[in-house]
Design a protein. Structure first.
Lengths: 255, 255, 255, 255
């Protein structure tokens, strides 16, 4: 599968690195917002020794020409909301899109959703397999035992000021008041730990996610790209991709 | 829903006690193997103050007459494999059956399955909601990330000699060699704790079940009876009842 | 060791039951505040089959005569603050005292402390071995790495309204603001779980205590009684008894 | 405190990096076994921007002159057993030594111990604060409740073949048969997790250590150096340094 990557920050580089190591993917190019390293290759920068994944500045290309001259099967976007404007011509011509942008404004999210009329689009603000599994399993358990008490515990390094976005999303998915049911611990250098505790009448269930490092995002994006490769046009979520929910129930029917 | 209970040991009594407290169930009678307390009522013995749930000895009744004279909607069986012989006439006339017998021999399991040609039968050797959720969630995760490393940890009170049946069932469901992947801890007076650890490349997921007391079995049996009440004839498992798996995929198609 | 027990409520009975099973202790008598079961024996009531531990009503005895006629080595008190008035004559004559009264007012605590001029007195509001170990270990770790972040998580059954006393004591011992650093989870039927998380720069340490049942209090009281049996007069705490702290540093020097 | 560092591998570099950041330490020089980067400065290599911590090859120096010309208060050794031969002249002249060499043979360990006749020496094969605290707390608890059941669980990344050295040391300190009581899980990319479970009669205590990264070794070594700075000559362990054990009880009395 030929991949075009948007974004070459900390996480973007990790995605590129993972793509370079996977036989079933080829990294065709990288689009980034700055001029840094433009003209060189992600493969060389990241030590694979091969001149693959040439780096371009997103503002220096002519989009309508670029995507024809450098065809890919899927675009993976780890950059910012505004990037949808750049790859709009590609998406509208049917190139699949996996977006892991962490937060969209209304306008750009609408634009991303609009692509789904012409191609298959998957969007997830936290694209790791693990977090999405926990989210889905917790939702299932909530449905199964709605009378159970539920609490969320999230642990992160001391410098993290705000409540974790994953914890907020868990609370939303479980219809829990975040102020009351999210317990935030700030301790040392913990990368990230989320626990959902379900108190049933005579038993307790805990679903726990522990992050080791950010490469989990790359794993998730590749999984999403693979899953999306044979899907019809439409707007999909990571929860559907991990298959614990039936796509027809949840997919945004568009058009 | 009118319930007939088979078995009045430690767990059977707990089931009776739970039935007496639930508005949507009525305990019609109890069949037990000994003569103890025969003629009195489970309601009086268990302190509800009401003469409901008269106790009979299974060997002193005439089955074909008994089940006509004391009609119920569902039979809940927490006794022993041989009991299927006693309530065969009832099951064959269409009374639903929930069996939580912990271990069947081949012959009696065949007989139980045979009932499914005439009525809806659900069988689970560990009928708690929690354990079945963990089983199902772990199977889902295994399917999602087959490359992940999986280990099972089970903790119980020191006197428990053998490996926990739940751990063995988890290993079987996850296609793990129990000798290699079940880690058994015997510590103090722990009622029961099972943990399934999934080691993904850059993240770890833990699904943990902790037992507080045996009443969890009663909760599970009532949930199963409720779920079974509108099902067509067939042989069902608790995993289907908890709805994380589609019945049509997994149900034993009989006949 | 001959023991006199004050208090015969839920926990008091458990202490009596534990005493009856231990070879190295003999339960001489029980003093309780009500008239219930007075004249019978704790041994018979609790099923040991032996007429030991006769039950007396605390308000019907003549204290100065009673303690001479029914000599013991130690008094274990699981009742209420006011009981110190009843056994004052005994304590002042040198009988050792273990008090596990959960909360004293100022006046009765002073009286208890006063006994320490004549005998060895140990007082602990939460007399389990486990909680006191956790308290002591957490204090040690706090001293060792004062720069570490510390958070307390306490989990209990949903009906428990207030913050756990043990969590508050942990916060006090660790000089943590309880409003900020105690995270309270109310879930299902959890008997009691306390976790202290220490976030160091590159590692995390967790000290966890899980209660299985209230008999842990009985175990702790017997341990305290045994430990106290060869101590000189003075006022001691459970933390000293568990020996992780040197008595001379911490003991209340009286007189 | 002036520090000389022996060893400049993965962990050695982390120690240097930590030393460069700490105001109360100055890195005087680094001795390594290879010729790599000799003549340059650890400070420059590690990005502190300052020419401190000049790098020397251990085999190219004249030890008796070197240690006089480049005086330090303490030598920290993260290299190999044989290094004791190199810094013998320094140690014998009273320079303190902190050794974190992971495994000594008999001969070189004897030599290290011999230094203790002239100076203060601290040796620990796993010099993190956290592991040593867990070790000490677990030993204390073992002494307090010798009747409790104890099990060790260690989790590491899948490639780690052998049982963890820390788990073995825990088993040794707790007098547990490692074959029976160490449960080893190999899952994904877990950096390192050790748990000691104590099953008491009615309660459970867990002491858990989780590694985030190897910089924990550097923290431990600096802590040890600081602690050692005012100690009389003798042979010390990290457990004494963390102060949960009285030095006089445990120190190897020499001479």
């Amino acid at each position: 599968m030929r991949v075009g990557l948007i974004g070459f920050g900390k996480t973007g580089k990790m995605v590129a690195d993972t793509l370079l190591k996977e036989q079933s993917f080829s990294l065709e190019w990288v689009l980034r917002r700055t001029e840094q390293d433009v003209g060189t290759y992600a493969g060389l920068l990241l030590g694979s020794g091969q001149p693959v994944g040439q780096i371009y500045c997103a503002f220096a290309i002519d989009p309508s020409a670029f995507f024809k001259e450098h065809p890919v099967d899927v675009i993976i976007d780890f950059s910012a909301p505004q990037s949808v404007d750049i790859y709009a011509p590609a998406a509208e011509q049917g190139i699949r899109v996996v977006s892991a942008v962490s937060k969209y404004d209304q306008i750009h999210l609408e634009r991303l959703r609009h692509f789904a009329q012409q191609t298959a689009v998957l969007y997830s603000p936290n694209i790791t397999l693990g977090v999405n599994f926990v989210l889905q399993a917790a939702k299932n358990l909530r449905k199964l035992v709605p009378q159970a008490d539920v609490e969320i515990v999230e642990e992160h390094y001391r410098e993290k000021a705000e409540i974790s976005g994953t914890a907020l999303r868990l609370a939303e998915a479980l219809a829990l008041d975040p102020d009351r049911y999210i317990n935030s611990l700030r301790v040392g250098s913990v990368v990230g730990r989320h626990e959902v505790v379900f108190g049933l009448n005579h038993e307790t269930i805990r679903i726990v996610h522990e992050s080791v490092d950010r490469a989990a995002f790359a794993e998730g994006a590749l999984f999403a790209a693979q899953w999306l490769s044979d899907k019809p046009k439409g707007f999909y979520t990571m929860e559907e991709a991990i298959g614990l929910e039936r796509a027809d129930e949840e997919a945004d029917a568009l058009g």
